[in-house]
Design a protein around this ligand. Structure first.
Ligand SMILES: C[S@@+](CC[C@H](N)C(=O)[O-])C[C@H]1O[C@@H](n2cnc3c(N)ncnc32)[C@H](O)[C@@H]1O
Length: 175
């Protein structure tokens, strides 16, 4: 994450969905970002406040809400970050709706965590998680179809089955 953030300007606005415990907040603050976060769980937002401490937490605008229906205007943020979510927490049908919403509120970049198959690839059904089913080409096509052009990847983990998980830095394509 840090090496991808280092390719972007300082002082930009970021929306982190889902925010979870806000684990990237220290990196955002080091880079003078204006930080917003959204998570479905109030308990998780409480956990974020405890984990970050009041000073860092209250430096962020954190909302409770659903990633499928973001209550922000179009193009509200320079950067959208979404990790440990679209690949494995939600199924493919909602994940596509969430990608659409993420693209709507982003004007410049996104860093999205997704998986890819070691070999071959298949499209998930809407009621399955994406997990590591798709080939890299399928992942890239999915991102492009939602207005995100992948420009750099960082490997986060490789599973025993050889499937890989990446943080993918994307450029927002013009509408
Ligand atoms: C594994 S955590 C990831 C948190 C953070 N992105 C990270 O990488 O540490 C998954 C988070 O998704 C949140 N979540 C689940 N469904 C959601 C939804 N529909 N909209 C927003 N957040 C959701 C959960 O409350 C939880 O905090």
């Amino acid at each position: 994450m840090q090496t991808l953030l280092d390719t972007l300007p300082k002082g930009i606005s970021v929306l982190d969905v889902p925010f979870g415990t806000g684990r990237f907040v220290p990196y955002y603050r080091e880079r003078d970002y204006q930080i917003s976060g959204l998570d479905a769980s109030g308990h998780m937002v409480d956990a974020a406040r405890k984990a970050l401490g009041d000073e860092a937490f209250y430096d962020c605008f954190v909302c409770i809400g659903d990633a499928a229906k973001l209550r922000y205007p179009d193009g509200a943020f320079d950067l959208l970050v979404s990790t440990r979510f679209l690949r494995d927490i939600v199924t493919f049908g909602p994940a596509k709706q969430m990608l659409k919403e993420m693209a709507r509120v982003t004007r410049r970049w996104a860093i999205i965590q997704l998986g890819e198959a070691a070999e071959g690839g298949e499209m998930p059904n809407d009621d399955e998680t994406m997990a590591g089913r798709m080939s890299r080409q399928m992942v890239d096509d999915l991102l492009m179809a939602h207005g995100f052009r992948p420009i750099e990847r960082r490997l986060v983990a490789t599973g025993e089955d050889g499937n890989r998980i990446h943080h993918i830095l994307c450029e927002r394509l013009p509408n």
